[in-house]
Design a protein. Structure first.
Length: 130
């Protein structure tokens, strides 16, 4: 039987990462996300504070902040991210660390093509229109 490996991020497990402050965690992520975190760490901390209040009141966490970088304190939260049309529920997991919330709430739906209409092809041009 295979033993399931515990999740680690850059050699640290989730408990160690959750103990880090937002700016300390920034040292462990890639450069573009690090830059975003270091510039906007106040907004990330404000979001976390509001989210914790809402969790205590058993309310949904809804946000329009698609550019927010996922930090370890968010792991396990269920955040509804706005995609321009409605709120998409996103469960934050360890693999999402360093990515932005908007990456998990797609703005463009999958296109489902139906059959061609009358006149769309040369063969259907001469069919009777009802």
């Amino acid at each position: 039987m295979e033993k399931k490996k515990d999740f680690t991020y850059r050699g640290k497990n989730i408990e160690e990462l959750k103990k880090l402050e937002v700016r300390e965690f920034a040292k462990h992520i890639k450069s573009r996300a690090r830059r975003a975190v270091l510039r906007n760490f106040q907004s990330i901390e404000q979001f976390l504070a509001r989210a914790k209040e809402k969790i205590q009141k058993n309310k949904q966490i809804k946000t329009h902040l698609r550019d927010l970088v996922v930090v370890p304190e968010m792991i396990g939260m269920k955040i509804n991210v706005y995609n321009g049309h409605n709120f998409i529920p996103v469960e934050i997991s360890g693999e999402m660390l360093g990515h932005r919330l908007g990456e998990f709430s797609l703005t463009r739906g999958k296109v489902k093509h139906g059959s061609a209409g009358i006149g769309a092809t040369k063969g259907s041009k001469h069919k009777a229109k009802k």
